[in-house]
Design a protein around this ligand. Sequence first.
Ligand SMILES: [Zn+2]
Length: 321
Amino acid sequence: MTHRFSPIALLGAAALLSTAALAQTVKVTPLGGFDGEFCAQDRALVFEDPNGTRVLYDPGRTVMGGSDPRLGKIDIVLVTHTHGDHLGNAHTKAIGAGTCAAPDFSVSDIPNSNAVNIALAKKSTIVVGSDMPQFFQAKLKALGGDPANVKLARFGGSVTVGGVKIATVHALHSNGLDPDYIGGDLGAAMKAAGIWGDVGLATGYVLKFSNGLVAYLSGDTGHTADQEDIVRGYYHAKLVVMNIGDGFSTGPAEAAYVINDLVKPNSVIASHANEAGTEGGKVRAGTKTEAFIKATHVPVHVPLSGKTMEFDANGKCTSGC
Ligand SMILES: [Zn+2]
């Protein structure tokens, strides 16, 4: 006797499965310098896919190396570009050290970097674009790690790690490598000449999680035509992590334009404000964070350190916002 499956029943089962996937959420937990606040050096976020894969984005200076108890398992480390506040040329002495406006990050991570130290401790895969893989491979190797744990996702391509599809997009920024990471006579000569190392263009990321959520992580960037043509037009990002610091990248007004007119996601997490954005967990009046919230047409979620937010496949916050 042969078993026949009705195509209608199979379609129904597939629809149920995809509905279940869409109902799952991606958890986003900020690892900032001050519990419950959004402070000047805060960039680091942990994304947890519904399948359990955990992704650390731009660890910067607020994660206390690989032994930071907030990290847990980290499968993937992302670094948009090699500037010290993203790669982590130093890190905070303790959560709450210094002030929210001027955190104390006096623990040096030169010549290794906070990002590489964390990836080494957690045996994470580092996924970077541009010409950055060789730099990370060399650092891992020098510390006894495995260079094969660095994967390239250069513009237009993608790599899937732990069920999370990772692509990079260009960021209109710079990506000079501080000669302090190079060291020796060459590093000293470059430093004296005021020349930084070339590791290719700066990047942002587009992540596609297993529940279907597509998130655009801007990195430090100005406006780019790709934010409309590629991030919205091709990837259809529904959640954005947007840098609003001004001076080095888009400020609140420019970042709001990126959200309202170019990417048009369903919600956005403010990032990289370079200020004490909150006090007692509430947005402070007169801040860039407040200006960005006021200028943006979709919900802006403020990344309070340690407070987990959950996002569905459409980029809507379902919990913790
Ligand atoms: Zn930066």
